[in-house]
Write a protein that binds this ligand. Structure first.
Ligand code: CA
Length: 228
């Protein structure tokens, strides 16, 4: 990998900090793009294949935690190094739980940022494993569900919902948790969107004629994935 030009996305709204990061990383031979808000970062990170993302927590619109959660919900596995002015353990845990790979508190030593980025890049993105649930094969990379000779493609949101339900191994998952994990904590719609998307996924399971995988409503709670 040495000698390759590494593509890094810097997400930082403060011009001075953004310039410092861009200059420093460019001097190291990296190719650097800068986004000045969370919305732009979400678009850019999905459109361009970056090797790493340096993401500041505080953004004027969508905060860094929401950005990282959205990226992971879309099954984008680019390593994310989160920057923050807040040093509290709670904030760090929130960032890492949302899907950030590492965390650096401002003000930081630029050499430390470089070392952390290099470590993240070496570690690389964890491959999303294919797996079998009952008579259904899930391929997260291709976003497909296969049963026998039939297959369907899920949207990124449907896949995130299916993954969240399947990660709980048959236990009920609340609507609140599904909203938080699949739509993001700042989503301002209602829990009905969960029902609508469960409907979409059920239709797709019917289309591949799975006899062993279904999504069951759990009264007063939410849903669970049943595999027999
Ligand atoms: Ca900021």
């Amino acid at each position: 990998m040495y000698g390759d030009r590494v593509k890094i996305l810097v997400v930082e709204d403060e011009p001075r900090m953004a310039r410092m990061l861009q200059r420093g990383l460019t001097e190291e031979g990296h190719q650097v793009d800068v986004c000045q808000n969370g919305e732009a970062a979400l678009r850019q990170a999905v459109d361009v294949a970056y090797d790493a993302i340096v993401l500041d927590w505080g953004q004027p619109d969508v905060d860094g935690v929401t950005v990282v959660r959205e990226l992971r919900a879309r099954h984008l596995v680019t390593p994310v190094l989160m920057l923050t002015a807040r040093g509290a353990t709670g904030e760090k845990v929130t960032g890492l739980r949302a899907g950030a790979d590492d965390y650096l508190v401002k003000p930081f030593d630029f050499d430390e940022l470089l070392a952390r980025l290099e470590a993240l890049r070496r570690r690389g993105a964890a491959p999303l494993p294919e797996r079998t649930l009952g008579d259904v094969r899930l391929d997260p990379r291709r976003r497909t569900l296969t049963c026998g000779s039939l297959d369907v493609t899920l949207t990124a949101r449907e896949l995130a919902l299916f993954e969240e339900l399947s990660s709980q191994q048959g236990d009920a998952v609340s609507r609140t948790r599904l909203l938080n994990r699949v739509w993001g904590a700042d989503f301002d719609g209602t829990g009905n969107v969960v029902d609508v998307y469960v409907g979409y996924v059920r239709t797709k399971l019917e289309r591949i004629k799975s006899a062993r995988v279904s999504i069951e409503a759990v009264r007063g709670v939410g849903y669970r994935l049943v595999v027999t």
